[in-house]
Design a protein around this ligand. Sequence first.
Ligand SMILES: CC(C)(COP(=O)(O)OP(=O)(O)OC[C@H]1O[C@@H](n2cnc3c(N)ncnc32)[C@H](O)[C@@H]1OP(=O)(O)O)[C@@H](O)C(=O)NCCC(=O)NCCS
Length: 169
Amino acid sequence: MAFESNSGEDGPVFTIREATNADLSEILARWAELLAAHAELHPQLYATAPHAHGTYHAFLRRKLDEPRQVVLVACAERKVVGYAVGGMGQRAAIFRVRDVGMVYDLVVTPRWRRHGVARALADSMLDRFRGWGLSHAQVSYSPDNPSASAFWPAIGFVPFLAEAYKPLD
Ligand SMILES: CC(C)(COP(=O)(O)OP(=O)(O)OC[C@H]1O[C@@H](n2cnc3c(N)ncnc32)[C@H](O)[C@@H]1OP(=O)(O)O)[C@@H](O)C(=O)NCCC(=O)NCCS
C-alpha cells in the first residue's frame, strides 16, 4: 500500500494513503456529507434512491479491488477527513484519446476544508493516472457548486463539455 505524508506549510498535518476495507464506514460518512451538499444544490435531481447506501458501498468495494481504479483517503486525528475515488474510463471509441483518468468523487469534511486536503488527494490521484500512461484527467461537477467550481479550475481543470437538463411536464 502506498503511503504519502502531506502537511500544509504552516497548516495542520494530514496523510494521504490508499483506502482499505476498514475505511469504508468512515468513507460512507464523508459520502453522506457529499450527498447533503448536493441535495441543497438540486433537491430533485440529487434525491437518492432507497438502495443508495448499499449500492455505493458495493461500488467502493469494487473500486478497492479492480485494476486501474483507486480509492484514496486523507487522514488526520485518526479519522478519515476526506476521500477520492477514481479510475481509468473510456471516451467514445472514435477518439484517439480514449482512455482517460476519471475522478468519480471527492469530498473533504467541512471542518478540514481550505487546508490543501483536496489538492493533495487530487495530486495523488493524478500521479496514479500518469503512472497508468494516461494523458488526461476528467471530472464532472455542478457549476452551481461553489466549492467544486472554485477548486477544480484552481488545480488546472478546464471546462470542456456541459451537461444540461430540462424538466419535462
Ligand atoms: C471542493 C472540496 C473537495 C475542496 O476541498 P478543500 O480541501 O477545501 O480544497 P483545498 O484546500 O485543497 O483547495 C485548493 C484550492 O482550491 C480553491 N478552493 C477550494 N475550495 C474553495 C472555496 N470554497 N472557495 C474558493 N476557492 C476554493 C482555492 O484556490 C484553494 O487554494 P487556497 O485555499 O490556497 O486558496 C470541498 O470544498 C468539498 O468537499 N466540497 C463539497 C463536496 C464537493 O463539492 N466535492 C466535489 C464534487 S465534484
